[in-house]
Design a protein around this ligand. Structure first.
Ligand SMILES: [Cu+2]
Length: 100
């Protein structure tokens, strides 16, 4: 690859990475209700709808959270929209917002 192509390729790769970031920052897709908050364990129990990204049917289960600070702002009974992924083998909430 010549230097010009290499430069173009890096530019495209950066654009693609930026696009992925902005996509993942868009609205959360899964509906849920906060059932329990365990600050010690860094977990939140959610009754959730289908999670297509990890092929999971609706159920009630505990998730780790990507940022423990979120546990301070959530309250039992909150309706939420969230995204989840398997991180280091554990189901993890990667983004969450309370629905008013
Ligand atoms: Cu589940």
């Amino acid at each position: 690859m010549n230097a010009f192509l290499q430069h173009r390729f890096k530019h495209l790769a950066a654009l693609a990475a930026g696009l992925l970031l902005s996509l993942s920052a868009t609205a959360q897709t899964v509906d849920g209700t906060v059932e329990k908050i365990d600050v010690e364990a860094g977990k939140v129990t959610l009754r959730h709808g289908e999670i297509k990204s990890i092929d999971m049917p609706p159920m009630k289960m505990a998730f780790r959270v990507a940022d423990p600070k979120w546990l301070q702002t959530l309250q039992v009974g909150d309706k939420v929209k969230f995204d989840a992924a398997k991180v280091n083998g554990q189901f993890t909430v990667t983004a969450i917002t309370v629905v008013k």
